[in-house]
Write a protein that binds this ligand. Structure first.
Ligand SMILES: *[C@@H]1O[C@H](CO)[C@@H](O)[C@H](O)[C@H]1NC(C)=O
Ligand SMILES: *[C@@H]1O[C@H](CO)[C@@H](O)[C@H](O)[C@H]1NC(C)=O
Ligand SMILES: *[C@@H]1O[C@H](CO)[C@@H](O)[C@H](O)[C@H]1NC(C)=O
Ligand SMILES: *[C@@H]1O[C@H](CO)[C@@H](O)[C@H](O)[C@H]1NC(C)=O
Ligand SMILES: *[C@@H]1O[C@H](CO)[C@@H](O)[C@H](O)[C@H]1NC(C)=O
Ligand SMILES: *[C@@H]1O[C@H](CO)[C@@H](O)[C@H](O)[C@H]1NC(C)=O
Length: 453
């Protein structure tokens, strides 16, 4: 549901923000700054509440929060191979993992934590962080494109199946098996996202001229949307509304498009069934076969609604959400601004800007005045150091001392489930996800996982 999520890449970069990403239900926005990261609650138009500010990870370029829980995953430019998992309310580190290469994206749902590197993907269980699966030698994915569905009962992962054409692999991250390959585009993928129940996938290619929507897990093509102009653009973010009626797409241009998923006429269904018969064959053949002319598909040449951003050339991420009972488009821009627009769900058209918030502020103001920092409020890094992960980790770590005599797991080794079931450490007593949390012994955590599971 964010720039980070579902669309890949790192979200906004630039002098303002290191990244920005909406959480899975678009109720929270996480941004990376020069000094650390910030979490905002996005529940009112007029007021943007900064619920946490941290200085633990300077130059954070990935910040992902699990729904509205205390679990936040952070990756810093200072150590791009290391993922730090924090309990931000306690100010403690839950654990950290190091990988064989720079981390390009992290995706979370209630069951899984997925770490995407350029040529491999690591699937962890969210409840105990156990590494369940390593997908090695995945096609080159330099922008770390991957999407994870957030449904309770499914957990689909989508990632590029070919670096030169827009094939998309759908992988079941719950039972750890490949579901299908969707031949989504004939040029490389630029953005992918699931709807909230994990039954639709939207994608755009590097050409940025069409956006397609497929049924999941079947891979039938349902919709094709064309952006107004013929020129190629880089689509940076795709996101469905929570009811899957609308899809927004932002790019490196000043226009954000909102498409409406309207079914009309029987021809679309005919096309869908034709299309579905291709898919099975294509997967086994591992080749792309896009019919030159697809007739009768639900194709729209114009966006239902549009937004003209005041800033251009900024990376941005968009999402559609209800705030104070009205449908809104949110756009977080790499220059450190959050724009809130109203959408007319009946007539569409040009959306009205209703509010602009600054996402960077005191952090940036303090920049270059580090000498003076001692007189200001203490950076949260201090309190972090004082309350670091050890107390949280101790109970479980103690139960696991006999686990690995050589002082750690071998590379890529999977931790047996029963070992970890011994002593759950509660993440939070609130009704948050995950309900409980394990901590892994240091040696295990610090190993790079770079061989197969
Ligand atoms: C990717 O697609 C191209 C073009 O169809 C094909 O030549 C190549 O073998 C594919 N690569 C892989 C790894 O499947
Ligand atoms: C995984 O689950 C899907 C349904 O979600 C099922 O169709 C598939 O057969 C399962 N695969 C394995 C290997 O269990
Ligand atoms: C989750 O997905 C299943 C199919 O896999 C669907 O039946 C169910 O309605 C979805 N649940 C939600 C909350 O979207
Ligand atoms: C898209 O981005 C790439 C790399 O960032 C750039 O080379 C290319 O010119 C961009 N394309 C357009 C149409 O802006
Ligand atoms: C997602 O798309 C599917 C397939 O069209 C639809 O049945 C489902 O209701 C959508 N999910 C939500 C939450 O709207
Ligand atoms: C990683 O985790 C271990 C064990 O909890 C901890 O001792 C170490 O300080 C952490 N490293 C970093 C850089 O956060």
């Amino acid at each position: 549901i964010g720039m980070e999520r579902e669309d890949g890449a790192h979200g906004p970069r630039g002098p303002g923000l290191g990244c920005a990403s909406f959480n899975q239900d678009s109720t929270s926005l996480a941004v990376g700054t020069k000094t650390g990261y910030r979490l905002f609650s996005v529940t009112a138009v007029d007021r943007l509440e900064c619920i946490h500010e941290s200085a633990e990870s300077p130059d954070a370029y990935i910040v992902e929060r699990l729904f509205s829980s205390s679990l936040v995953v952070v990756v810093s430019q200072a150590a791009p191979r290391r993922m730090n998992v924090y309990h931000f309310k306690k100010g403690t580190e839950i654990c950290n993992y190091s990988y064989s290469d720079s981390i390009l994206a992290v995706r979370l749902n209630r069951q899984r934590l997925v770490v995407c590197l350029e040529e491999s993907i690591y699937i962890h269980s969210i409840k105990d962080m156990k590494l369940l699966k390593t997908l090695l030698n995945t096609p080159a994915n330099p922008s770390g494109l991957c999407a994870l569905s957030v449904n309770h009962s499914n957990s689909y992962l989508a990632y590029p199946g070919n670096a030169s054409i827009g094939e998309t692999i759908i992988y079941d991250a719950n039972n750890l098996s490949t579901v299908t390959m969707v031949p989504a585009h004939d040029s490389p993928l630029a953005a992918i996202t699931f709807n909230s129940s994990g039954s639709k996938l939207a994608s755009a290619s590097e050409r940025g001229t069409v956006i397609r929507v497929f049924s999941i897990p079947e891979g039938q093509r349902l919709f094709e949307f064309r952006r107004g102009m013929k020129r190629y653009v880089n689509i940076s973010s795709l996101s469905f509304s929570s009811d899957t009626q609308f899809l927004c797409a932002s790019s490196n241009t000043e226009t954000v498009h909102i498409f409406k998923l309207e079914q009309h006429g029987p021809s679309g269904e005919e096309e869908a069934s034709t299309w579905s018969s291709y898919v099975g064959k294509m997967f086994t053949a591992a080749s792309s076969y896009l019919p030159a002319q697809v007739s009768g598909m639900m194709s729209q040449d114009r966006a239902f609604a549009t937004v003209r951003l005041q800033t251009t050339g900024q990376r941005n991420v968009c999402t559609l959400t209800m705030i104070q009972k009205l449908p809104r488009l949110l756009v977080a821009s790499s220059n450190g601004q959050l724009f809130i627009y109203n959408i007319d769900p009946q007539d569409g058209g040009e959306c009205a800007l209703v509010q602009t918030h600054r996402l960077s502020g005191s952090n940036e103001e303090r920049e270059g005045t580090e000498e003076a920092a001692g007189s200001g409020p203490p950076p949260s890094g201090l309190s972090y150091a004082a309350t670091a992960a050890i107390p949280t980790c101790r109970p479980l770590a103690a139960t696991l001392t006999g686990f690995s005599e050589d002082g750690g797991a071998r590379k890529g080794e999977v931790i047996p489930e029963h070992e970890l079931a011994a002593g759950p450490v509660r993440l939070d007593d609130e009704a948050e996800f995950p309900p409980f949390y394990f901590c892994l012994p240091h040696d295990l955590i610090c190993h790079g996982f770079n061989s197969t599971t």
